[in-house]
Design a protein around this ligand. Sequence first.
Ligand SMILES: Cc1ncc(COP(=O)(O)O)c(C=O)c1O
Length: 265
Amino acid sequence: MPAEHTEESWSKHCANEIEQTIRWERPETVAAVIMEPIITGGGVLMPHPSYLKEVEVICKKYGVLLIIDEVICGFGRTGKPFTFQHYDISPDIVTMAKGITSAYLPLSATAMKPYLFEVFKETGENDHFRHVNTFGGHPAACEVAIKNLEIMEKESLVEQSNVQGTKLRTQLEPLLRHPLVGDIRQKGLLLGIELVEDKKTKVPAAPEVIADLMKRCKQKGLIVGKNSDTVSGYQNVIALSPPLSITDEDVTFISTTIKQVFSIE
Ligand SMILES: Cc1ncc(COP(=O)(O)O)c(C=O)c1O
């Protein structure tokens, strides 16, 4: 974020960029805006609380659909059933996958508002959704998903995501004293630890430094993730997304191991 901006003004600026693009392309040529509610693989980037609402208002203004990608964020990962629910928006379409079966079998699904669904009930050209896929509606994957959702509900795993995520965040807080740790971002059991060379300028830490920290975690029995190279040069965020069924003991193991690797008490 440029120094002259606050998080709020930068958020408005970014939403404005979407509006400018829609206008530039001409609204009648733009079908939809698709976005993750929190950018996950790009570095666990949490938007300002007003950002998604601003984007929704822009989409409505120009008659553009808002598609929210909950493939990573959905099914309790951030402490609500779906992450868009943190931001007071009502997307037209929601895409989902991984958490729907807790990844035990591959399955994905797309939900849409009734007014869109109804279009495919018309007669003639639009009487069905003209699309095919190889494993669509696979009964084994669907059965796993139903069981998974049943267990999530029975064990209140969405609430657990909030409770255990907050504990993990609190236990990791001392890491902020380390010169390499520029930020810790957390919502539910989605956490990102941003590693920087300089806390003020947020210049990303070198890939070898991050690789070494990850290797040392692994040697102690903890596998941590890292963001991908969506933005070149910014693969500097350690990502944590443990199972929602994580226990207090697991939370302590994760935080203690990471603190040991960073030599922080
Ligand atoms: C947030 C997000 N959206 C979409 C996808 C792509 O999903 P698929 O491989 O099912 O097309 C991924 C894949 O990991 C993802 O992480």
